[in-house]
Design a protein around this ligand. Structure first.
Ligand SMILES: [Fe+2]
Ligand SMILES: [Fe+2]
Length: 308
């Protein structure tokens, strides 16, 4: 796989990894298992941001928290329309579970902001633009726009984790990274299904449009969040490279050429375990760093580690 963001091969993957796509029912099972998976956030550690960290991350986390708390009304409407035309009713339930997971991220970050005495934000122009792009759009466009955010989020949360020694914020980032890795797969593989049967030229045009959108969004995120990105070890060149590396991975998954979706397989415990294992590995390694507490960070007593 290339790391060159301008190489067309990134959009013409030739070696799909695993094309036995999970069904919507399996995604429902995955989200249910993931929601109840044991996660402890060391809230008892309390507010630990230093002044320098606060200056770098406060406004940035406010904006990402705003994006995470979307109610997903347009996505839900598009999913219902899709289910009505395909009979894939389980997809609506999977989308509902996905939206709940994003809102859980918003609750994580909201609780963190409240703990640090940082107010929530009500609006931001990138969030307004992002919502506008999805308004009235069909499922394919809606998912493509969402996927843009999911891919960039993988880089952003890896940087945010590296930008602080706060045990709470680092634990939140690790959990969100694991979840986002699965979101990328969920959205990308749906695009593969939606585009299945289309000619290669039409698929390439769609991918080119996504690529243009992704480039613009990556620039906007850099512009608005460069303090976090730099502090987290992602100067512009590394950030840009990592964004396109993640995009190239998603491009493999969204390519319909190798897709062979199974039809309506029953929920499989092993399939759910496989999905969770893959998302866990991808999330933990999103930026090639090991998960865990920051080097030299003061430990939190085990007794303060309480479930969210
Ligand atoms: Fe999220
Ligand atoms: Fe997500």
């Amino acid at each position: 796989m290339t790391s060159d963001p301008f190489a067309m091969s990134a959009l013409r993957p030739s070696a799909p990894v695993d094309r036995a796509l999970p069904t919507s029912a399996e995604w429902c099972a995955y989200y249910a298992a993931n929601a109840s998976a044991a996660t402890t956030i060391p809230w008892g550690c309390g507010a630990r941001l230093t002044e320098a960290e606060r200056r770098a991350v406060a406004a940035s986390v406010q904006e990402f928290q705003l994006g995470e708390r979307s109610e997903g009304q347009h996505l839900h409407a598009a999913a219902r329309a899709y289910a009505g035309s395909t009979g894939d009713d389980a997809y609506v339930r999977a989308i509902e579970a996905f939206i709940r997971e994003e809102q859980r991220h918003a609750r994580y970050l909201g609780r963190f902001l409240a703990m640090e005495g940082i107010p929530l934000r009500r609006r931001s122009w990138p969030d307004d633009v992002f919502r506008f792009l999805r308004r009235g759009a069909g499922l394919e466009t809606t998912v493509a726009v969402l996927l843009t955010a999911e891919v960039i989020a993988q880089v952003y949360y890896a940087a945010l984790r590296g930008a602080t020694r706060s045990p709470v914020l680092r634990a939140l980032c690790e959990r969100i990274l694991r979840d986002e890795a699965a979101h990328v797969r969920f959205q990308a593989e749906r695009l593969a299904l939606l585009r299945a049967g289309r000619g290669r030229f039409a698929v390439r045009i769609a991918c080119a449009g996504q690529r243009a959108l992704f480039a613009g969004a990556a620039v906007v995120v850099w512009n608005g969040h460069r303090a976090v990105l730099r502090r987290g070890g992602f100067p512009f060149r590394r950030y840009w490279r990592q964004c396109w590396r993640q995009f190239a991975r998603a491009a493999v998954m969204m390519d319909p050429a190798g897709s062979a979706p199974r039809s309506r397989a029953p929920v499989s415990a092993s399939g759910t375990a496989r999905l969770r294992a893959r998302s866990s590995a991808a999330g933990a390694l999103a930026d090639g760093r090991a998960a865990g507490p920051a080097p030299g960070a003061p430990p939190c007593p085990a007794s303060t580690r309480i479930p969210l």
